[in-house]
Design a protein. Structure first.
Length: 317
């Protein structure tokens, strides 16, 4: 019996992945349609958001103790859509961050932050009041980046060089899941989705030269996608911990049932905002990331800067 052609196997794999994730798409779109069919009253929508430009700089001239001048800037934009009516809750958050750093004597600009994320949770409260703040839920999450990412090093002659390792939509991650949603307020909620489909998309140029035992964000040699089925937990918390000092925490956990479920991916961010006045604040950000498909080590990022704040609450996207 003749073996199926590689192209035929590839097409069959994509059909299987699509059929697995299709029910999640249908459920999410169906619930969204029901929500809008009940009411289009704009008073039931709440909008909030802000844009922050963080900057830090150091400069040295004839400084005998040594040092390198540097300047960096980061633009952060967060925007929220919140809908609540007749037991329905639909909370959507758009996140975009991009930052660059320039060090004197360096040939290259380097990124300090690069993120595009859309997180949307749709919930319908149980009719039984004993359940409290719990709801049926479906959620959608999308993540990618704006610009190319590089690994920096030196060539054989000792000259600095860089190698591209990522770009827009490579990787891009889509998650769709169904489960339970607990919400006390827009500043405190948890979503638990024991059935979550996850699709990782990459550019094939990053996988075509891999060795047989290598992967790129979990995608094997010559591939451009990876499908996972697992469990997801997402939470959000925001509170004024001291006067004019606000803490915002985001946590995301994911376990893949199909491959090493004991290795849990996580993304945890702490953002401390120390308000000076309506327009000026100091921001301290800590982010901890572990991705079992990537380097399998905890990645840590810390950013401290003075921020210029712009309220986007009156802007309708």
């Amino acid at each position: 019996m003749a073996k199926p052609a590689p192209q035929s196997l590839f097409i069959n794999q994509k059909i299987i992945e699509l059929n697995i994730i299709k029910p999640y798409i249908v459920v999410f779109l169906l619930l969204t349609n029901i929500l809008f069919s009940q009411s289009n009253n704009p008073e039931k929508w709440k909008y909030s958001g802000n844009a922050v430009f963080l900057a830090n700089q150091s400069s040295f001239s004839n400084w005998t103790s040594g040092g390198q001048s540097s300047i960096s800037g980061t633009l952060k934009i967060d925007y929220n859509f919140n809908y609540e009516d007749n037991g329905w809750d639909w909370d959507t958050k758009l996140i975009s961050n991009f930052g660059l750093n320039k060090i004197s004597g360096s040939d290259f600009l380097k990124k300090t932050d690069d993120r595009i994320e859309i997180n949307s949770v749709l919930g319908k409260k149980f009719n039984n009041d004993v359940i409290g703040n719990w709801s049926y839920s479906s959620f959608f999450n999308f993540q990618t980046q704006f610009a190319k990412g590089y690994r920096f090093g030196k060539d054989a002659n000792g000259n600095p060089n860089r190698t591209e390792k990522s770009r827009f939509f490579s990787p891009a991650t889509v998650q769709l899941g169904i489960g339970m949603y607990w919400k006390k307020s827009k500043d405190l909620w948890v979503n638990v989705a024991p059935m979550t489909g996850k699709l990782i998309l990459v550019n094939r140029r990053f996988t075509e030269n891999l060795n047989e035992n290598q992967t790129y964000f979990g995608v094997k040699k010559g591939g451009n996608s990876r499908f996972e089925l697992g469990a997801s937990i997402r939470s959000f918390y925001k509170s004024e911990i001291f006067e004019n000092i606000t803490l915002e925490n985001r946590l995301s956990l994911y376990s893949d049932y199909l491959d090493r479920p004991q290795n849990i991916d996580f993304d945890c961010t702490f953002n401390f905002v120390m308000k000076v006045n309506q327009y000026i604040s100091t921001n301290l950000i800590f982010q901890f990331v572990y991705d079992d498909n990537e380097i399998r080590r905890v990645q840590i990022r810390e950013v401290l800067g003075v921020g210029l704040n712009i309220d986007l609450s009156k802007i309708r996207v």
